[in-house]
Design a binder for this molecule. Structure first.
Ligand SMILES: [Cu+2]
Length: 204
């Protein structure tokens, strides 16, 4: 498959992975009761959150033992909020996206934009005809004409009746491209072969 064909599939796959990752991020609750954590031990996935709730009348904190490289605690409810997020294992890139939903959403958006990206359409010049003679495209798309003439390799032009575009004489193997920014039907011809005509229909 060539790249423009793969792009939408790739984008859909990554958006699907993103949605699965985002919807599987869990929040766990640890209750503080009778001077104890309940549960005392908990297993979570990278990207998950833990919410500690104090049900005692006494004041408690949730403070990690482990000192970081700058001698700080990984989390400490005394210095931050009562809620904190911890990653106790090295997250993979996908788990990283899971714990950074805004970044993941941004990447998903870029991929979606690539879906609606402008396309390039090919029109062949052969046997003194345009193939296909009529082509329907979207605003922003490009048409590329290529002389693939099998009849003595005679040269052709692609020339709009309204002169919006006009190529020089294209010899066998040569190309000419034009990008369309306005909707409409564009009739065009080959100057040395006036019977050789085509239409580009540009839709919104
Ligand atoms: Cu021609």
């Amino acid at each position: 498959m060539h790249w423009p064909t793969i792009q939408p599939l790739l984008a859909m796959l990554l958006v699907a992975i993103y949605l699965i990752q985002v919807t599987t991020a869990a929040e766990h609750i640890i209750n503080i009761q009778n001077f104890a954590f309940d549960p005392e031990a908990i297993t979570i996935a990278p990207g998950d959150s833990i919410l500690w709730i104090n049900n005692d009348n006494a004041i408690h904190t949730s403070t990690s033992d482990a000192a970081g490289s700058d001698a700080g605690h990984l989390w400490d409810s005394d210095t931050t909020d009562t809620t904190d997020t911890t990653d106790t294992t090295d997250p993979t890139s996908m788990q990283y996206l899971k714990s950074h939903p805004i970044l993941a959403a941004f990447l998903a958006m870029i991929l979606l934009v690539s879906l609606v990206k402008a396309e390039d359409h090919a029109v062949k010049m052969d046997l003194a005809q345009f193939h296909p003679p009529d082509i329907t495209i979207k605003i922003g798309d490009t048409v590329t004409w290529t002389n693939e003439e099998t009849l003595f390799g005679i040269p052709h032009t692609t020339t709009a009746d309204n002169r919006e575009w006009g190529s020089r004489f294209l010899f066998k193997g040569e190309k000419y491209s034009h990008t369309f920014s306005t909707a409409g039907t564009y009739h065009y011809r080959c100057l040395p072969n006036p019977f050789m005509t085509g239409n580009v229909i540009v839709e919104n």
